[in-house]
Design a protein around this ligand. Structure first.
Ligand code: HEM
Length: 213
């Protein structure tokens, strides 16, 4: 367990990095609608699925960010609950469409079902558990599952930060991009879940705010 000073410093760092990644994730979602020339032909065949995914994902990240602002939780608990519901509904849409994409038009091939889909399932499980814990007024566990879900959601931004420089280190072809994209997805989600778990364990019992009730 860290002392209060270390917790405060690392909290600021984690909050700044998480917010930057969430904003990058939202920007990437906007970027989807800017280019008509998509690397995945499935995006053109199933525009509603990918469209719903990126819009819901961006809404999830925007509303999700608000959930972690302590002042909103303590001063405007009704706003916290309202944006929390929007975050969960949009997160569920983003998660279900992610599963649909890995089955219907995976850029990475069939391996996506085994290596990407489990994270989408875990994302949905984390959201459902977070909602269930809030309904049971178990706000400490609710916070932990919201952190896990948000860690997976913001993982898509880190995925790009791994994928793009790695791809640019060699010839840019679909054959090279597919495994690099797959490994970047897995690395980003694992990294985010590990940091989230370390954060949850080191702050358990130190940051719970009764005012959030
Ligand atoms: C919750 C926040 C999320 C946001 C903002 C988001 C955003 C995006 C964006 C912008 C794209 C790329 C569209 C393009 O290149 O034009 C994408 C694709 C994709 N996302 Fe998400 N996503 C989120 C969550 C997830 C999750 C949790 C998963 C699964 C674990 C996931 C799986 C995928 C897959 C499989 C693709 C297609 C990738 C490809 O064909 O290479 N996403 N998402």
């Amino acid at each position: 367990m860290y002392g209060p000073a270390e917790v405060a410093t690392s909290k600021s760092l984690v909050v700044a990095v998480t917010a930057a990644l969430a904003l990058l994730g939202i920007a990437l979602s906007f970027e989807h609608f800017l280019g008509a020339d998509h690397y995945n032909p499935g995006f053109l065949r199933y525009p509603l699925i990918i469209g719903a995914h990126v819009v819901a994902g961006a809404v999830y990240l925007a509303c999700g960010m608000l959930q972690f602002v302590g002042q909103v939780r303590s001063r405007w608990p009704a706003a916290h609950r309202a944006t929390g519901r929007v975050a969960i509904v949009s997160g569920v849409v983003a998660g279900i469409t992610a599963i649909a994409m890995t089955i219907l038009f995976p850029f990475h091939g069939a391996a996506a079902v085994y290596l990407v889909m489990p994270f989408a399932v875990l994302f949905l499980f984390a959201l459902a558990t977070a909602l269930g814990r809030a309904r049971h007024r178990d706000f400490a566990r609710h916070r932990e599952w919201m952190i896990r879900a948000f860690a997976i959601g913001t993982g898509i931004a880190t995925m790009r930060l791994i994928f793009v420089p790695w791809l640019m280190m060699g010839e840019i072809t679909d054959e090279r991009a597919r495994p690099i994209s797959l490994m970047s997805f897995v690395a980003a989600f694992l990294l985010h879940l590990a940091v989230a778990e370390a954060w949850i364990r080191s702050t358990r019992g130190t940051t719970f705010e009764p005012a959030a009730r």
